[in-house]
Design a protein around this ligand. Structure first.
Ligand SMILES: [Fe+2]
Ligand SMILES: [Fe+2]
Length: 213
């Protein structure tokens, strides 16, 4: 698929499910700041060009949902069949991005894979078999999903409770998560105010926190 076609689908998705557009923008904002911190710390396996791909993948991570009906996108609860359809979106997104950039396509395919336990989807891969981009998106996407209002969740957790929840879960790469948590806690200026734009939550990039271990 050509990039312009994918962007058109993204726009259509935005109209059919504005909450997904808001979620995607927050995930992209968090990912931007998070990756700048990881680059500053020279996180193994990460360089500027791969980080740029992750940032792009953040904008596109749920693009596979553009193939779903508005009813399904905005459902308050899911039947087993609907859940199965919903779980196909990483594969749809992978197929859409495949001709544009394989690394990005793979990150999108893997953004719901679990670091431990092989219980993620769609492939059930785990550990470092999940691309670094997939592991980064898994954290940031879950963080926003758990602490934001969605059609099927009107009682989101606070930022602090969400971070605790992530820490207790086996779904995330713990070394990456530790940096996400540290970045958040040291830089948080508006904790527990979900109305603030995501980028305001993190500290500025000039912060000395980036040089801490
Ligand atoms: Fe997703
Ligand atoms: Fe998402």
């Amino acid at each position: 698929m050509a990039l312009e076609d994918v962007l058109e689908l993204k726009q259509q998705l935005q109209l059919r499910a504005p909450w997904i557009a808001d979620h995607t923008q927050r995930v992209a904002d968090f990912t931007d700041v998070y990756l700048d911190a990881l680059l500053f710390r020279e996180y193994p396996g990460l360089n500027q060009s791969y980080a740029d791909k992750i940032k792009f993948a953040a904008h596109m991570h749920d693009i596979g949902k553009s193939l779903m009906s508005p009813d399904l996108l905005n459902a308050k609860e899911f039947s087993a069949k609907q859940r199965k359809s919903m779980r196909f979106h990483p594969i749809s997104g992978f197929n859409m991005l495949l001709d544009i950039d394989f690394d990005v396509a793979l990150m999108i395919r893997q953004h719901h894979e679990n670091y431990w336990g092989k219980k993620g989807y769609p492939d059930g891969v785990q550990g470092d078999d999940i691309s670094l981009g997939g592991r980064v998106l898994r954290i940031v996407d879950s963080f926003d999903a758990i602490c934001s209002v969605r059609p099927y969740n009107s009682s989101p957790l606070s930022y602090v409770s969400t971070l605790d929840h992530l820490r207790e879960s086996p779904h995330y790469d713990s070394s990456l998560l530790a940096i996400f948590r540290k970045l958040f806690y040291t830089g948080a200026c508006v904790i527990d105010n979900p109305k603030k734009p995501a980028a305001n939550i993190f500290f500025l990039p000039q912060s000395p926190v980036y040089s801490q271990n």
